[in-house]
Design a protein around this ligand. Structure first.
Ligand code: ATP
Length: 233
């Protein structure tokens, strides 16, 4: 579904991605792992057209989309849950969900507010609360709900559970497992390896702007030296 090849991205003269390449097949859950500052967010932002890549290729269902603006990437079916959540602070929960809702790909059985509230009952209770009054966990649920309301074919989460309490983290992992079981493709960045082992099919480890290791959960579980070398665990 998504094929990233030889992606190079710079911040002014400082290079952040050095030939980033990976792919996600339809229905797969794939992670980008790696220590801070290795280029995971830059990869996601390069794909989404938020940070402009210098060269390489990004194919979505075999169509080249490198250089497309972020609204185009959203229209083409990429739903982003950004680092820091970026909830609209002066809109209510309900308004946040509606503000960017769409179904550009004419998905059957599209997401509705009611279905988002079924996935995250906490949001129903907070339906008329303003975005800036939500807890971190509620904001993350809302960010996921808002992305789902664009009816994406690939959901991308940058730091899925960072800074959240364990109870809330569990709710987020359970919701993502439900989405996976319904067939949604997911690209997820997070640091909680054990949860990612449960959720994901395959993992890519990012080191200094490129992929240095890839494999399944069972392979990564067994490869303690790789975990230690690249992830510091
Ligand atoms: P983190 O988990 O800390 O977000 P990351 O793996 O997502 O780490 P990036 O945020 O993509 O890493 O950063 C990759 C490199 O690009 C780092 O060296 C970082 O300092 C640099 N970088 C990121 N954003 C900018 C920016 N806006 N301007 C200049 N350099 C940047």
């Amino acid at each position: 579904m998504l094929k990233v090849e030889s992606l190079e991205t710079y911040y002014n003269t400082s290079q952040a991605l050095f030939g980033m390449s990976f792919e996600i097949k339809a229905g797969e859950v794939v992670t980008l792992l790696g220590r801070n500052g290795m280029g995971k967010t830059t990869t996601v932002n390069s794909i989404m057209g938020i940070t402009k890549p210098h060269s390489g290729s990004i194919k979505l269902d075999d169509v080249e989309v490198l250089g497309s603006k972020s609204f185009m990437m959203a229209n083409l079916g990429l739903g982003l849950v950004p680092e820091g959540r970026q909830i609209f602070p002066n809109l209510s929960v309900r308004e946040n969900l509606i503000a960017t809702a769409s179904n550009h790909l004419d998905m059957k059985d599209p997401w509705s507010i009611e279905r988002i509230y079924e996935l995250f009952p906490e949001l129903l209770e907070r339906s008329s609360s303003m975005g800036n009054l939500l807890s971190g966990g509620e904001q993350q649920m809302l960010a996921i709900g808002r992305a789902l309301m664009t009816n994406p074919k690939l959901l991308i989460l940058d730091e899925a559970t960072e800074g959240l309490a364990p109870l809330i983290r569990d709710k987020i992992w359970k919701a993502l497992a439900q989405l996976r079981d319904r067939g949604l493709s997911i690209l997820v960045i997070d640091k909680n390896l054990n949860d990612l082992f449960e959720l994901a099919d395959r993992h890519y480890i990012v080191e200094k702007g490129k992929i240095v290791w890839t494999g399944t959960s069972s392979k990564l579980k067994k490869t303690k030296d790789i975990q230690y070398k690249y992830l510091g665990v």
